[in-house]
Design a protein around this ligand. Structure first.
Ligand code: ADP
Ligand code: ZN
Length: 748
């Protein structure tokens, strides 16, 4: 390696000292750029943060390694490093992760780096403070009797400074209850002087790993032992902690966290939608005596900065976050946990398209540490990896404390003839009444925000559509507006039809949670009903408060979208009604059945988590659908087998590979032009099929026209290489954009 081409080139360009340095910048360039360091200084090590000039901008980047790939700028024309920052260096393993994620997702490496240094304030060292302290002369003066130089006012100032330094003259004067002139006099007399104090970083408490958790059941103890062994042995392993909802998976992996902490290691826990995980945080705090360091989009800039610094310095021992936490520097990382590993929110769809669960496995392999994937409904990808022997499985077959799994019954909506505008079948209404009478709680699940998904004019048939997207506007009655759930467009609900000008003819079609709330209130006026839906909750705190109120039985019925599905533990909840079980099955998503199973199983899992048995009622127009039958029979494994067979036969992931290309442009012609150019350059290779271009189902989104192409490849094909070669042949210019999505989860 020492005689690689870059080294040779350098030697020729400027013998004998070559201080060419590669710096990766958080910008969408294809590779790191070359800079130089002063010849008389040792070059900074890879991973160090530096400030450099790029054009007229000054940017912070990271010293990289590897060979120069850019234009070979002559040594004497290289720009120097402007500043070497004292920030701890990016761990090598994280730099390798950035390289690998970039080459896997086909994203520019700088854009992946950007996620790893997403808070620039953290990279700048905290500014030292200037403080006023008492001098030796001042201390001596404190022992002298009162005099002209040692007035009572001056004494108060010195006593104050004797106890602790002060930030400013004004502050000192205020605290001592004297005028600023007195403080200046003390300084002039040489009794106090300015010093530079080291910056104080906010302390991070170490979780107490010695604190005993609950006594584990024999099955939990066995599972915990297996996980703890992985941590103690070290090295890269992937373990799937597979257990039904309420089986104590969290308690079990807490044992593995404690083991890693006992070894002085850091732990990274990835949770989907951390903002909704207040109950998880509370459990962690109860178990370990202190909260973990949080990392997600809902924390403020200062907290972000402190969290990044604490992670990078190894002071944050447990970091819990959403997918973006994957790119935090963690120099002592010893264990990664991915909870709800099947959750679709681990897939990032914009910017760099990556699957955080998969990249977490990659990170664990680069760091040579164990990773635990946790789920009651593991993804088919994970299940297949278990069957191939790549992942190990640890199983928790039963709910904790003999709580039984809920019974699941199907309501065949083809036989029900509900009045217009009503959505609760008689069977569900009866169950609701019984549950209320028993003093227990009900969850009604409908994955649709707002009042109605479509509004139309009874007179002329006009439907309200978003001006920017291929989507209907959704009525929100609490705000009195029509909203687009894709771009955020919103307008007031008009009094008359904009098409035929008739008044009073606009009717809502179909249910949203708000409309369901109305129906429940009409039927059960005495019931205390709450809606749990993101647009009615101003933030994670409000969501947590609502969950607490529900857990404390201050509500009888909770109506919610998928945010109710996760993590919540409501002891008195015994009935779950799924209002439209078929909702997720439409569309061309290859994982639609799998996801519906996972989501409905998870929602159903909220029922009967304590002593009282639970039941789940599924309203469906497709009772014969394998998903519904599997849910009713609680036969996950048979469902997964059938699903696997179907995907294998159809050459779909995880038995084949996929990459999506999404072209978008402000006008349809430009989008078509670029899509056709891509189609003409498409690869003709054995084992590779290219579909499209076709208008995306969301043909217009935020005013941009979208076309899709899809490459499908056999598992043995190096799809990234194929895509790279393909994309190199096509230039997408102007306002046309091209998004590459390897392993796509979204087909809209
Ligand atoms: P899962 O993560 O599998 O859904 P949890 O870890 O949330 O399960 O456990 C479900 C409930 O049972 C929680 O309230 C938890 O505190 C309780 N629980 C689980 N295991 C134990 C145990 N060994 N001792 C006491 N409580 C437990
Ligand atoms: Zn829109």
């Amino acid at each position: 390696m020492a005689d690689g081409p870059a080294t040779l080139a350098c030697r020729e360009a400027a013998p004998p000292a070559c201080n060419r340095l590669r710096v990766l910048l958080p910008v969408p360039l294809p590779a790191a750029l070359d800079y130089r360091t002063p010849e008389d200084e040792p070059p900074p090590a890879p991973g160090r943060f530096v400030r450099v000039n790029l054009g007229s901008r000054k940017l912070v980047g990271v010293v990289w390694d590897g060979e120069s790939v850019g234009d070979d700028v002559a040594e004497d024309r290289l720009r120097p490093i402007a500043e070497l920052l004292p920030t701890p260096k990016l761990p090598d393993e994280l730099r390798r992760l950035i390289d690998r994620v970039a080459s896997y997702t086909l994203a520019p490496p700088g854009m992946v780096l950007r996620m790893a240094m997403s808070i620039e304030a953290a990279l700048i060292p905290p500014a030292p403070r200037r403080v006023w302290v008492i001098t030796d002369a001042g201390r001596a003066a404190l022992h002298e009797p009162p005099s002209k130089t040692m007035t009572p006012a001056r004494r108060r100032v010195l006593e104050l400074l004797h106890d602790r330094p002060a930030e400013t003259v004004a502050e000192t004067a205020r605290q001592a209850g004297v005028g600023a002139a007195v403080v200046r006099g003390v300084i002039a007399a040489g009794f106090a002087a300015e010093r530079i104090a080291a910056a104080v970083l906010p302390p991070v408490e170490t979780p107490d790993w010695r604190a005993a958790g609950p006594a584990l059941s024999p099955a939990q103890a066995r599972a915990a032992k297996q996980l703890v062994e992985k941590v103690e042995t070290g090295g890269f392993t992937v373990t799937v902690l597979d257990g039904v909802t309420g089986s104590g998976k969290t308690e079990t992996y807490f044992a593995a966290i404690a083991a890693a902490l006992a070894r002085g290691q850091q732990v990274l826990v990835l949770l989907p939608e951390i903002a909704l995980s207040a109950q998880w945080l509370e459990r962690f705090r109860r178990r370990f005596g202190t909260a973990p360091v949080e990392w997600h989009s809902d924390i403020g800039q200062t907290q972000r900065r402190d969290a990044w610094r604490a992670a990078a310095a190894g002071r944050a021992r447990v970091v819990v976050g959403a997918r973006s936490a994957l790119f935090l520097p963690l120099p002592d990382l010893g264990l990664i946990i991915v909870d709800e590993e099947h959750d679709p929110s681990f897939k990032q769809e914009d910017g760099v398209c990556y699957q955080a669960r998969d990249m977490a496995v990659l990170r664990a392999s680069l760091a040579q540490i164990p990773i635990v994937l946790v789920s009651a409904t593991p993804s088919l990808e994970t299940v297949v990896n278990i069957s191939r022997g790549r992942y190990e499985r640890v199983h928790l077959p039963e709910r904790h404390a003999r709580a039984a799994l809920p019974t699941v019954a199907i309501i065949d909506m083809r036989r029900e003839h509900l009045p217009a505008g009503k959505f609760l079948s008689p069977a569900l209404v009866t169950a609701l009444a019984e549950t209320l009478a028993d003093g227990e709680q009900t969850l009604l699940f409908l994955n649709r925000r707002g009042y109605a998904p479509l509004t139309l004019c009874r007179a002329c048939g006009h439907r309200f559509q978003c001006p920017n997207c291929t989507a209907w506007l959704v009525e929100h009655r609490f705000t009195g507006r029509l909203q687009c759930h894709h771009c955020g467009y919103s307008t007031t609900l008009p009094k008359f039809c904009p098409e035929c000008l008739a008044a009073g003819t606009l009717v809502p079609c179909g249910p949203g949670v708000e409309r369901l709330g109305e129906e429940v209130a009409e039927r059960f006026p005495q019931a205390r009903v709450a809606l749990m839906v993101s647009d009615l909750l101003p933030g994670p705190r409000a969501a947590a408060e609502l969950a607490d109120a529900m857990a404390a039985h201050r509500y009888d019925v909770l109506i919610g979208t998928q945010i109710v599905a996760k993590g919540h533990h409501f002891p008195m909840l015994t009935l779950v009604g799924v209002v439209d079980a078929d909702l997720g099955l439409g569309g061309g998503d290859l994982r639609a059945a799998e996801r519906t199973y996972q989501l409905l199983h998870q929602v159903g899992g909220r029922a009967g988590r304590a002593e009282r048995p639970g039941r789940v009622l599924l309203q469906t127009y497709m009772p014969e659908q394998p998903v519904m039958r599997a849910l009713a029979a609680n036969d996950r494994d048979r469902f997964l087998e059938a699903e696997a067979k179907q995907r294998r036969d159809a050459h779909l992931p995880p038995f084949a590979r996929m990459a999506a290309l999404i072209v978008s442009a402000p006008d349809a012609e430009a989008a078509d032009f670029a899509a056709r150019a891509l189609a003409r350059a498409a690869p003709h290779l054995p084992g590779v099929t290219v579909l499209g271009p076709a208008p995306a189902p969301l043909a217009v989104l935020r005013g941009r026209h979208r076309r899709r192409l899809l490459a499908q490849a056999e598992r043995g094909v190096n799809l990234q290489a194929v895509m790279r070669e393909w994309l190199a042949k096509v230039r997408v210019a102007g306002s046309t954009r091209l998004q590459v999505d390897i392993d796509p989860y979204n087909f809209l």
